[in-house]
Ligand binder design. Structure first.
Ligand code: ADP
Ligand code: GLC
Length: 493
């Protein structure tokens, strides 16, 4: 099948979070399964710098651009996957983050930028961009590509459309006047398409208009149909429940593998786990924490936003640090949270080390060096860090929600006895329950005989969260959508 995979970020070209990890690695896994997957991204400066051998396919005259928009063609680094870039300097050639300015506020023309991106994708999808290639299916990801399925409903014939929700809280909501400014087809201003409580909603274009929907874990697929996590779209998602599939993300084992990781102090695998201790000592040494095997070393990595629950961690630190526990935090985002973290680090220099910023290498070193990874996310569509930590023998401590619920098995007397436990999880996202769960992990870790702890680690490391199984689910869904035979069950969970 020919699949046009549309995304606003893909690692290693441009990344702000897990969307990039998935959109950089799922196409590779689908390609390995024999599919002709091609990726389309905006031509941000970082992407142009990192791509070599780009050629110009064509220039398109698109509504919303003062100058012709160039479509460039090349390959995704480290693979033979064809990459198309939408090159409109007016919209994409600017420094920094793809979505926000340096002060953390959205680029004021985000609606114009991603509407233009969508219009260029439609030209590629309809084979009007000199690519000589007409996809059978267009796979869109998150609100930045939400207008694509909506615009494609206006074309006939057209490819099938799949819209994947990676995070329902980011919706691409704009005032109604923006709808007119973008000169979108009038028929799309409807509660059955782009209109959402009098506003223009990009994500609704995907959810209402795509032929099929998916999200990144079976539990999140259920959760978004309820009012607690549905972000106002739960009614529409219930209505489309038969078209909604939850497929757990996979991990790129070329990048996240403790046996080959170039960033970590000492490489290891399940047969040489004793070497993990060197990574713990290195993490303690590099971050001014006492080099001692006795304290439980926790790690936390993530965007500093309400979703990730770092405020809940901060609220229980005074009690947590009465115990032999250390914590390394890596993140950036909300300025108030950054400041609170810095203040806490000043209070607990022996036990807390905080790194504000984005640091790929440190993320790997925390995954390898910590004993446990703390993810108290209020909601988590899938979450990748807990999957990385399972692969690195770093025991996840997680809130039982979304993909965290689907990937971590809580330690209970039964799961301990049957060797099925892989971590610690809790139901209520409160500082108290997080504290209690960390102390539960500490107790287990501190047992005189650490054999049970090793067993917990090994069970997690042996879990296979690599892409092939999940990519096969996408492949089955594509086949079903394109009317081809499949023997894979589509519904998960
Ligand atoms: P989300 O997409 O909601 O941010 P995920 O867990 O799916 O959450 O993915 C986050 C990805 O971003 C992971 O690869 C993680 O290692 C990475 N990441 C997040 N914050 C940082 C940071 N400050 N430095 C380096 N990597 C980070
Ligand atoms: C989103 C979600 C995260 C998920 C990622 C990739 O950013 O917040 O849970 O893992 O997308 O699908």
């Amino acid at each position: 099948m020919k699949i046009l995979f549309c995304t606003s970020e893909a690692w290693p070209l441009i990344k702000t979070g897990g969307l990039a990890d998935v959109c950089g690695s799922l196409p590779k896994a689908l390609h390995a399964l024999g599919e002709d997957v091609r990726l389309v991204l905006p031509a941000y400066p970082e992407v142009l710098e990192r791509c070599v051998g780009l050629t110009s396919l064509c220039e398109l005259t698109l509504t919303g651009a003062d100058a012709p928009v160039e479509i460039l063609a090349g390959h995704l680094s480290g693979s033979d996957i064809v990459l198309y870039l939408v090159n409109s300097p007016q919209h994409f050639r600017r420094p920094g983050n793809p979505y926000v300015r340096e002060d953390g506020r959205d680029w004021p023309d985000n609606a114009q930028r991603f509407a233009l991106f969508a219009r260029a994708i439609v030209e590629l999808a309809q084979d009007r961009a000199q690519a000589g290639w007409a996809p059978d299916l267009v796979h869109c990801n998150d609100w930045q590509t939400g207008l694509v399925p909506a615009l494609l409903t206006r074309e006939a014939p057209r490819p099938a459309t799949l819209f994947s929700i990676h995070n329902l809280s980011y919706q691409g909501l704009f005032p109604a006047t923006t709808f007119q400014q973008l000169k979108l087809p009038k028929a799309l201003w409807s509660m059955h398409a782009l209109e959402f409580h009098g506003k223009l909603s990009f994500i609704k274009g995907g959810i209402a208009c795509a032929d099929q929907l998916s999200t990144v874990s079976p539990t999140y697929a259920q959760e978004i149909q309820g009012s607690a996590f549905g972000c106002g779209l739960e009614g529409l998602l219930q209505y489309r429940a038969d078209d909604l599939t939850g497929i757990l993300n996979g991990i790129d084992t070329d990048t996240w593998n403790p046996a080959t990781d170039p960033f970590i102090e000492q490489r290891y695998d399940v047969h040489s786990l004793h070497r993990k201790a060197t990574n713990k000592a290195a993490l303690q040494r590099d971050h001014g924490l006492a080099q001692d095997t006795r304290p439980l070393l926790l790690g936390h990595i993530g965007r500093l936003v309400e979703q990730k629950g770092v405020d809940l961690i901060l609220d229980m630190l005074d009690k947590l640090f009465q115990h032999p526990v250390q914590l390394v935090v890596l993140g950036s985002g909300d300025l108030a949270l950054e400041n609170r973290l810095r203040e806490a680090a000043a209070c607990y220099p022996q036990q807390l080390s905080v790194h504000i910023g984005y640091n790929e290498q440190l993320a790997h070193r925390i995954e390898a060096g910590a004993d446990c990874l703390l993810m108290p996310s209020r909601y988590e569509p899938c979450g990748l860090n807990q999957l990385y930590s399972l692969a690195y023998g770093t025991v996840p401590i997680v809130h039982r929600t979304g993909g965290l619920a689907d990937s971590v098995v809580d330690l209970t007397p039964v799961t301990a006895r049957t060797y099925s436990a892989t971590g610690f999880s809790f139901d209520k996202d409160t500082p108290q329950t997080i504290l209690e769960t960390c102390l539960r992990a500490l107790d287990y870790y501190a047992q005189p005989n650490r054999i049970d702890w090793w067993k917990l680690i090994i069970t997690g490391m042996k879990k296979d969260f690599s892409w092939p199984a999940s990519a096969a689910r996408y492949q089955a869904l594509y086949r079903e959508m394109c009317g081809e035979e499949t023997d894979q069950p589509r519904k998960l969970g």
